[in-house]
Design a protein around this ligand. Structure first.
Ligand code: GCU
Length: 689
C-alpha cells in the first residue's frame, strides 16, 4: 500500500526474470467488462498488481484488443460476448456463486487468458487468484482452473467495540474501524477488504458479539454513548451502510452483532420475549429498515444467554424460539442469523454445556439460522478435542467458529501459526454419517454453512501485532475456501508472497510449522491440560500469563493425580461423541495421549505407552516447548541481513519476549506439578528439584 501501514502478502514485487516476459506477454493488456461495483475493484487491483508484477503500466481495455500477442479477458459469460466462443457459458453458470474459471485459450491469433464467473464476486476472487499465481512465480501460459469454495460462508467476526475503538481480545491496537468518524471513510477500509477478498473471505461482522458489557470500562449503562448494541439504532445505520459500500466492491457482505434485547434497548418496548407479536414486529421493522439502506446486507450475529448477554432464557424460551423470531424478520430479505452456541447450562463441566443446550433443538431452527459452534468445547485453547456438537445436529445449518486472534496462544507476542490446529479440527472424523464424515465435509457445499473466524487485525501499522501472525489471517481465508489445502502449502504461499522466494522463505516456513506444537507444550504440558491462564483484570495479562492455581476446575490437580474425568464416571462429555470415538476417549488406554488429561484424571505416576509417567511427560514437554521456541528464535536471528531490517528487528524483538514468556510458563507449570505431585523431574531440571 502507498501508506504508513504494511502491504502484507499483496506486495506485488516485480516478477522474477524467468517469468517476466511471459507474464508481460499475457497480461500487459486486459479487457475487463464494465458491469457492477466488483469490476471497479478488479480494475484497480489489476492496475496495482500488474503494475507491480510486470513493472509496467497495464493497458485496460473495454473491448478485446486485436493488435496484441496476448491479453487477459475478465467478465461474466454474457459480458464477454465478443469472445463468447472461448468458454461455454453453461459451464460457467453451473459454478457456485463465488466460484470462477480461468482458462488459457486462443482468440483470433492471440493468447487469451479468460477469467469468468457466474457472479461478479467470483471475478474478484479469480483476479486475486491469478495475481497470486504470478506473485508465486507460477506458470500461467496453460491454465485450466475451475475453483469453487468448499464453504459457502467464509466470515471474519470482529470483536470490535465502538467505545474508544477497543477490540476485545485484539492485540494489534485499536479497532480498524473509526466509529466516531464513520460514515466518513478512510483508505484503509478498502485495503482491508482487499486483504480479505484476496484469500476468499465473503463476509465480515464488524462489531463485538458482546454488544453490551455491563461493568466494563465505558459500558456504564444502556444510554452510554458507544455500546455495540447501539449500532442497530437508526442514527448509526449510516455507519454500517458506509462500510458495506466499501466491502461490497470486494464481494464481501456485512453483518452486525446485535443484542437479543434490542427491542427493549433500542425502542420503548418493555420486553424482548420472542413469542410476543410486538417483538416479532419490531425485528421485522428493523430488518426492513436495514435492508432498505443495505440491500445486500448479510444478517445478524447473536450471542445470547452467555457471559452477561441477555437471551431467550430470560423469558423462559429455548434457543430455537429465541433465534427464530430474528431469523424470520431477516428471511424475506435473504438475510441470515448466526446464532452462537457458546452458552452455559446448569452442568458443572463447561465442556458438556453447549451440546446439552443445542443437541435437543436439532431441526427446530429456521432455515436461515446458522448455529455457530466454537471448534472445541472450552474456549480456543492451544489444543482441544473437537466439539461434540458438529456431529450432533444433522438438521441444522452449522458454522465452525475459529479464533484467528491468539487469545490463548500468546496474543500479539508469541509466534503461533494456527492453520495446523484448524486442519486438525476440520479433518476430525465425527462419524456423524458413518466413518469418514470429517467436520469439513459436514460444513461443505451447503448454503448458510461455513466457517467464521474471530478477527485479528487492528490499527497497528503491521495489522496483526506480531508480523508473523499475518499468516493466520491468510491461512484462515485459504482454508475456508479449500480445507484440503495443506498447512505447509498455505504457509509456503504466505511466506513467498510476504518475504519473497529464497532461503529466508524456507526458514520462515519452518518456524511457522513448528510454532503451534511448541505453544501447546509450554502452555499445557502437551497431554490434554488447558486453560491455566491468568484471568485478572489487566488487559494484557488476561489469558496470557500462567496461573494454574487459579483454575482447579480445569486441570483437577490433587496430591494423587491430575486431569479431568470426562468419562461416564465423571462428567460424561466423552459419551457425547459418536462411536467409535466415544469408546476411544472413554478408555485411557486408547485415548490419544495429546488429549489424555482432558478426558481422564490419572495418578501422577500413571505410566504412558512408552513407560514414562504422566508427571515426567508434563515436565519433558514443558522443557521441549521452551527449547523449540529458543530454536525458532535462533533460526530467526540467522535471517539478519537476509530480509529488510524493519521486519527483521520487529520479529526478533518479539522472539526475545516469546522465549522469556515460554520459560515463565515452563517454570510456573513445572513448579505447580511438583508441588502437587511431590515427584521430582528425573532429569533434575529446575524448578522441580
Ligand atoms: C472468550 C473470550 C471472551 C469472549 C467469549 C465469546 O471467553 O475470552 O472475550 O467474549 O469467548 O466467545 O463470547
Amino acid at each position: 500500500f502507498d501508506s504508513e501501514y504494511d502491504d502484507c502478502w499483496l506486495r506485488y514485487d516485480r516478477a522474477e526474470s524467468d517469468r517476466l516476459d511471459t507474464y508481460r506477454r499475457l497480461c500487459t493488456h486486459a479487457y475487463v467488462s464494465d458491469a457492477g461495483p466488483e469490476l471497479v475493484a478488479v480494475r484497480e487491483e489489476l492496475r496495482r498488481g500488474l503494475g507491480g508484477l510486470l513493472d509496467r503500466e497495464p493497458h485496460l481495455w473495454h473491448h478485446p484488443p486485436r493488435s496484441v500477442e496476448g491479453f487477459l479477458a475478465i467478465g461474466g459469460p454474457e459480458e464477454l460476448r465478443p469472445i463468447s466462443e472461448t468458454v461455454d457459458p453453461e459451464e460457467v453458470r453451473a459454478l457456485d456463486d463465488d466460484g470462477f474459471l480461468i482458462r488459457s485459450v486462443e482468440w483470433e491469433g492471440s493468447d487469451c487468458t479468460v477469467l469468468t464467473a457466474p457472479a461478479d464476486a467470483g471475478l474478484v476472487y479469480g483476479t486475486f487468484h491469478l495475481l497470486r499465481l504470478m506473485s508465486l512465480g507460477e506458470p500461467i501460459d496453460d491454465l485450466d482452473i475451475v475453483s469453487e469454495p468448499a464453504n459457502a460462508e467464509r466470515i471474519v467476526d470482529h470483536w470490535d467495540n465502538p467505545f474508544r475503538r477497543k477490540v476485545e481480545r485484539g492485540y494489534a491496537g485499536p479497532s480498524i474501524f473509526d466509529w466516531e468518524r464513520l460514515p466518513d471513510l478512510n483508505e484503509r477500509y478498502a485495503d482491508y477488504a482487499r486483504l480479505l477478498a484476496s484469500v476468499g473471505i465473503n463476509g465480515i461482522s464488524v462489531n463485538n458479539v458482546n454488544t453490551r458489557i455491563p461493568g466494563r470500562e465505558g459500558a456504564n449503562d444502556a444510554t452510554s454513548e458507544w455500546e455495540g448494541w447501539q449500532l442497530i439504532e437508526s442514527r448509526n445505520l449510516e455507519k454500517i451502510a458506509a462500510l458495506a459500500g466499501v466491502f461490497r466492491r470486494y464481494g464481501i457482505e456485512l453483518y452486525l452483532s446485535v443484542n437479543f434485547a434490542s427491542p427493549v434497548l433500542a425502542s420503548d418496548l418493555d420486553t424482548a420475549d420472542p413469542v410476543e407479536p410486538e417483538v416479532a414486529a419490531w425485528w421485522e421493522r428493523k430488518a426492513t429498515e436495514v435492508y432498505d439502506l443495505i440491500p445486500d446486507f448479510g444478517g445478524f450475529v447473536v450471542k445470547a444467554d452467555s457471559e452477561g448477554q441477555l437471551g431467550p432464557y430470560d423469558y423462559d424460551r429455548d434457543h430455537a424460539e429465541g433465534a427464530n423470531v430474528i431469523a424470520e424478520a431477516l428471511a424475506p430479505h435473504g438475510g441470515r442469523l448466526w446464532w452462537r452456541a457458546f452458552v452455559y447450562s446448569e452442568h458443572d463441566d463447561r465442556a458438556v454445556q453447549a451440546y446439552e443446550t443445542f443437541e435437543p433443538l436439532d431441526g427446530e431452527f429456521a432455515d436461515n439460522v446458522t448455529v455457530q459452534i466454537k471448534n472445541g468445547p472450552i474456549d480456543f485453547q492451544p489444543r482441544e478435542p473437537v466439539s461434540t456438537l458438529f456431529g450432533a445436529m444433522p438438521d441444522t445449518d452449522l458454522g465452525c467458529e475459529l479464533q484467528i486472534t491468539g487469545e490463548y496462544t500468546g496474543q500479539g507476542v508469541h509466534a503461533c501459526y494456527l492453520v495446523p490446529q484448524w486442519k486438525e479440527v476440520l479433518d476430525f472424523d465425527t462419524h456423524a454419517d458413518g466413518p469418514d464424515t470429517p467436520v469439513k465435509e459436514l460444513l461443505a457445499d451447503r448454503e448458510g454453512q461455513g466457517i467464521a473466524g474471530v478477527g485479528i487485525v487492528g490499527d497497528d501499522p503491521n495489522w496483526f501485532g506480531h508480523y508473523l501472525l499475518g499468516s493466520n489471517l491468510y491461512g484462515f481465508g485459504r482454508l475456508a475456501w479449500d480445507p484440503d489445502l495443506g498447512s505447509e502449502e498455505i504457509a509456503d504461499e504466505w511466506t513467498r508472497q510476504t518475504f519473497g522466494a529464497g532461503d529466508a522463505g524456507e526458514t520462515i516456513l519452518e518456524i511457522l510449522m513448528e510454532s503451534w506444537q511448541a505453544s501447546i507444550d509450554y502452555h499445557t504440558g502437551g497431554i490434554g491440560l488447558m486453560h491455566m491462564m491468568y484471568n485478572g483484570e489487566a488487559a494484557l495479562e488476561n489469558h496470557y500469563d500462567p496461573a494454574p492455581e487459579e483454575w482447579p476446575e480445569y486441570h483437577g490437580a490433587t496430591e494423587e493425580g491430575i486431569g479431568y474425568d470426562r468419562t461416564a464416571a465423571g462428567s460424561g462429555y466423552a459419551g457425547q461423541y459418536r462411536e467409535p470415538i466415544a469408546a476411544r476417549y472413554e478408555d485411557p488406554e486408547t485415548c490419544p495421549e495429546e488429549l489424555l488429561l482432558f478426558f481422564h484424571h490419572l495418578p501422577w505416576d500413571h505410566e504412558l505407552e512408552d513407560g514414562t509417567t504422566v508427571v515426567q511427560r508434563l515436565y519433558d514437554n514443558c522443557f521441549a516447548g521452551v527449547e523449540a521456541v529458543e530454536e525458532l528464535r535462533d533460526r530467526w536471528q540467522g535471517l539478519e541481513g537476509e530480509i529488510d531490517e524493519r521486519r527483521y528487528r520487529h520479529v526478533a524483538e518479539r522472539f526475545d519476549e516469546h522465549v522469556l514468556q515460554a520459560k515463565r510458563w515452563r517454570d510456573t507449570l513445572c513448579a505447580f506439578f511438583y508441588e502437587h505431585s511431590g515427584i521430582k523431574d528425573e532429569h533434575g531440571r529446575p524448578p522441580a528439584v
